[in-house]
Design a protein around this ligand. Sequence first.
Ligand code: AMP
Length: 211
Amino acid sequence: MRVILLGPQGAGKGTQAHRIAQQTGAKHISTGDIVRAEIKSGSELGQKVQDYNDRGELVPDEIIVEMAKPYLTGADSWLLDGFPRNESQARALDAALKELGIELDKVIALEAPDDDLVKRLSGRRTSDSTGKIYHVEHDPPPENSDEDPGPFVQRKDDTEDAIRRRLEIYHDQTEPLKDYYAERGLLATVDATQEISKVTDDVLKAVGETA
Ligand code: AMP
């Protein structure tokens, strides 16, 4: 399975990719996670990308493409979450896959209205110990749990200003990729406002794995 998950911030790409990876054994490749891990490590590259991340701006294409590339050969089956984010990255991905002799199976666009996305993102909390994503109202982090002791943190770019900026960039630069992949016969869309498990089923059906 070689699949791209497209969709605005808060549509549930990370949650769905995590569930589908668990169910199918495909590797979940999140460029956002790669960026955050690099920042946490304090490396020179991490320092270079931190400012972009914290403001909700995209990291320059040549940096993110080089960061993502090694992961494409790290597993036979993968789900890309958060990459590509614009046409130049999509073209770089096409070129990298061609060079590796790998074909893309499907591109799934998760869709939800902006108002829902802002609500979801401002309540989002991530466990520092397990990486699991929660929501303060709909799926609150557990208290005193051995399985997931937390701490449960809010992402630096989940502030109102950064959220607004990220959605603006999504509509402007990432959403046109739906047409890019539709023209190549690869696009399927899924309603991301449905229950989490229903969204997973729809994605699995669209990629040809039985739900
Ligand atoms: P995400 O977790 O996917 O929302 O990504 C968090 C941040 O990482 C983004 O706001 C960007 O600063 C950076 N980032 C992740 N993926 C990309 C990408 N494909 N292109 C540029 N920047 C990215």
